[in-house]
Design a binder for this molecule. Structure first.
Ligand SMILES: NC(=O)c1ccc[n+]([C@@H]2O[C@H](COP(=O)([O-])OP(=O)(O)OC[C@H]3O[C@@H](n4cnc5c(N)ncnc54)[C@H](OP(=O)(O)O)[C@@H]3O)[C@@H](O)[C@H]2O)c1
Length: 222
């Protein structure tokens, strides 16, 4: 049995992805900053017959993220799929002229240092398995800078560059690197933005080779 580690797992896309991969036999590690909500999430999944466990880490603290991912692999088994999808903080979502160096520092820790730390921690395990997927989830500002959300626009550009370079570098190791762009809000019941439908797309990205960047719906001029 192998493991899906969801870095940034809540009751939105996190829960849907956990259910989707869990249904396919994956054990699921739910990672976020607060233990109680992820323990409740894990308990709900366990009731549905999925092996799931909650772990705390703050993606802005690379050491906490690395040691948590290490624990996940020891307790649940090798991480075959890493989903990087923490929900950005509101100070990363300010207009460009109001975005300070301090705001950017957090956004860079969140979207660049966090992914780099997580990837380095899980890669060796994926190589030993002989397969794996690194799935990055971003809003529309990950594809096109939006002056109303400057911090994520700037930091997602760095995350996208890192992930795209990985896509080109480790494809031959049978490790897929994909980025899913969700323009607009996730909305239960929506034709394209329903979290269960987005989770189906993540499952597809894990299973099928393809372009680095995939959109939940097309973005003009992206
Ligand atoms: N929600 C939307 O409308 C929307 C729109 C476009 C794109 N997206 C993208 O879709 C993905 C999932 O979004 P979602 O709203 O459905 O999220 P979700 O799975 O419901 O929850 C994400 C979790 O990230 C955790 N998180 C936030 N900051 C963190 C940090 N510093 N370290 C560790 N964990 C952290 C939060 O838990 P804690 O507070 O306990 O840490 C939160 O529960 C994200 O990548 C988001 O950018 C969402």
């Amino acid at each position: 049995m192998t493991t899906l580690a969801i870095v940034g797992a809540g009751r939105g896309l996190g829960l849907s992805a956990a259910r989707r991969f869990g249904r396919e036999g994956f054990d699921v590690a739910l990672i976020s900053r607060h233990q109680e909500p992820i323990d409740e999430l894990a308990a709900d999944l366990t009731q549905q017959g999925i092996t799931a466990r909650g772990y705390t880490a703050n993606v802005r603290d690379a050491r906490s993220l690395i040691s948590t991912l290490d624990r996940v692999a020891q307790e649940l088994g090798p991480i075959e799929v890493l989903q990087y999808s923490p929900l950005p903080q509101k100070e990363f979502l300010r207009p460009v002229l109001e975005t300070t160096v301090e705001d950017l520092l957090g956004a860079v820790e969140f979207s660049i240092y966090g992914p780099v730390a997580a990837v380095h921690q899980v890669l060796q395990g994926m190589r030993s398995l002989g397969r794996g997927s690194l799935l990055f989830v971003n809003g529309g500002s990950g594809a096109r800078p939006n002056p109303n959300v400057a911090g994520t626009s700037i930091a997602f550009a760095g995350e996208s560059a890192f992930a795209r370079m990985l896509h080109d570098t480790i494809a031959e190791d049978n490790i897929r690197v994909r980025q899913l762009i969700i323009p607009g809000a996730i909305a239960p019941g929506h034709e394209t933005h329903d979290p269960d439908k987005i989770a189906d797309l993540l499952w597809q990205l894990h299973n099928e080779p393809g372009d680095f960047r995939v959109y939940v719906e097309p973005m003009p001029d992206a």
